[in-house]
Design a protein around this ligand. Structure first.
Ligand SMILES: NC(=O)c1ccc[n+]([C@@H]2O[C@H](COP(=O)([O-])OP(=O)(O)OC[C@H]3O[C@@H](n4cnc5c(N)ncnc54)[C@H](O)[C@@H]3O)[C@@H](O)[C@H]2O)c1
Ligand SMILES: [Fe+2]
Length: 380
């Protein structure tokens, strides 16, 4: 393996629903494809008949149910579906949950050759990182539909523990999709709250990439462009959700944000968010955005070129003001109490917010006492 790492090894294209239909039908007697996409989405996008026809002719496998915030069970279901076969590629169409599930299946498929697939064995791989060895994986073509996670250009996949005790990250260069087809048209069907949540997830990726310990000038330049694009266009999309031009800008912002944090990973805001999502079911992006402003103030002194970042926030009216006003357009209040977190739950929450590789990736050390202070400052 080369010691030189390319900035981004994914072929990235923008396209239309017709290009996606061609991909769905890119199979034949010589080729087998695993499609990972929820059935209600294929209904929305008029793809169900094409996939069903291919499944009936024996060329396609279809994983049509994926849990939002996927667990070991989702990876297990995908692996069982293709047990005994070696698909030529996986076509993952959807939000981060579909693409991350595809990454788990792609990576673990060859590791289970001749072995029994069990939830325990999947958990063991996730816990030990034993999947990181160089081995064959199934190529992934990803088609992001939620303009949020950036999973289409990262080597990460988030798998949530089935027992709600941990959040696992699959993190290996083998997980980069080979190609990503970005189709902004697909995001026209995103409900309002999802549009907001995925939009501020992308914003969190860009902001956290800007200040993460391993950041670089290239990352900062990409991140700033993503931040400016999202802060400009997300409120416009919420005001005019059927406008494809505006949705296209939002997809571009989320993609750039993905390219920024792909090289740095995330920091304190994501670290704290995982516990909020796991314990109280707060959607991922909303859970990340909750602490962005408080953490930005703590980090400011340690950020190289901080003024460029804070000037961008100011041009959009200030970060917290922008977040609160944009959240209100989606009917969301970015505070813990209205999101269902009881005040007596905060002490326990604090103990769960230290995610390895995330909190220690923050440019400033944050103590449990500081996390408690942050959580109380965004309580109501
Ligand atoms: N891999 C990464 O780098 C990365 C980064 C951030 C977050 N994540 C993970 O991604 C997951 C969240 O992904 P997400 O925010 O994209 O949401 P999601 O994939 O969980 O989707 C939420 C729901 O919206 C539906 N949906 C998706 N696109 C739609 C569309 N265009 N129209 C209508 N409905 C649509 C989905 O089918 C699903 O039911 C979490 O598990 C999170 O931890 C991964
Ligand atoms: Fe995220």
């Amino acid at each position: 393996m080369s010691k030189y790492v390319p900035y981004c090894s994914v072929e990235i294209k923008f396209g239309t629903k017709e290009a996606l239909r061609e991909l769905v039908n890119d199979c034949g007697p010589e080729k087998k494809v695993l499609v990972v996409c929820e059935r209600f989405c294929t209904d929305l996008w008029d793809l169900t008949a094409d996939i069903e026809k291919n499944v009936a002719s024996g060329n396609e496998f279809w994983m049509d149910t994926i849990t939002p915030n996927p667990t070991q069970q989702d990876v297990y279901n995908g692996l069982k579906l293709i047990e005994g076969y070696d698909p030529d590629f996986i076509l993952a169409i959807g939000g981060g949950s579909a693409i991350d599930t595809a990454k788990g299946v792609s990576n673990f498929h060859y590791l289970f050759k001749g072995k029994e697939i069990t939830i325990d064995a999947i958990t063991e791989l996730l816990k030990t990182g034993a999947y990181k060895t160089e081995h064959e994986v199934i190529d992934i073509i990803s088609v992001p539909s939620a303009a949020g996670t950036g999973s289409e250009v990262t080597q990460f996949a988030t798998i949530w523990d089935i027992n709600k005790t941990a959040k696992f990250s699959i993190d290996t260069p083998q997980n980069y999709p080979k190609m990503s087809l970005v189709i902004p048209e697909l995001t026209l069907t995103l409900p309002t709250k999802m549009t907001f949540s995925t939009g501020v997830d992308a914003l969190s990726h860009a902001i956290e990439a800007y200040w993460a310990k391993p950041t670089t000038y290239v990352v900062k330049d990409i991140a700033l462009k993503a931040i400016d694009t999202i802060m400009t266009y997300l409120p416009k999309v919420l005001a005019d959700p059927q406008n494809l031009e505006l949705r296209t800008y939002q997809s571009r912002g989320a993609l750039l944000a993905g390219m920024a944090f792909a090289r740095t990973r995330t920091t304190a805001c994501h670290s704290i968010s995982y516990a909020v999502t796991m314990q109280y079911g707060v959607p991922h992006g909303i859970a990340c955005a909750l602490t962005l402003d408080a953490v930005s103030k703590i980090n400011r002194e340690a950020i190289v070129c901080a003024d460029d970042l804070f000037d961008t926030f100011e041009r959009h009216g200030g970060l917290q003001k922008w977040l609160d006003e944009t959240a209100a357009m989606a009917g969301v209040t970015l505070r813990l109490k209205p999101l269902g977190v009881p005040e007596k739950g905060i002490d326990h929450l604090v103990t769960q917010t230290f995610t390895k590789g995330r909190m220690d990736n923050n440019p400033v050390d944050i103590s449990p006492e500081k996390v408690k202070e942050i959580l109380l400052s965004i309580y109501e």
